[in-house]
Design a protein around this ligand. Sequence first.
Ligand code: SF4
Ligand code: SF4
Length: 153
Amino acid sequence: MARRQGSPGTSKAKAPPPTCSPAGGQDEQGRFWPTDPGVCRTCGACCAYCRILLNWTEVDDFAPGGVPAAMTVPLGEHVRIMAGTEGPPGRCVALEGRIGHFVTCSIYDRRGSLCREFNPEHDDGSPNEMCDRARRAHGLPPLVRRPRGPARS
Ligand code: SF4
Ligand code: SF4
């Protein structure tokens, strides 16, 4: 997850199953496409699926303003990992809110390079299979690719 911003969401005791309602659009089958980066605000699946590795130079005990060291765990001499994502079922300690509803990253402006580079699709418009796998793991439908040409709504 890379493009998420916003304030923390709240959870209710008996909320409905996870849903995903990005502001982008839908195709004829009702599948979503992430024309709006806000899709990540309604998801957060990758933050509770992947091991989030960091180079030690990204952490604020070396780089002021970097990823808070207190939110990381050492993994060898030169590598850190976001706490909570060391092993399944993992969830990054910086992730707030409810996956599939509304989430936010509490260190959005200080997140590591892996988080910044991870997006629903690659710059060339090709699928990000890891995004789809993370979403499936949380009961969310994979995102269809952004259609070329005029947007449909
Ligand atoms: S799994 Fe995909 S859609 Fe969900 S937050 Fe991560 S990048 Fe965004
Ligand atoms: S640091 Fe933020 S963007 Fe990165 S995995 Fe954690 S919650 Fe997600």
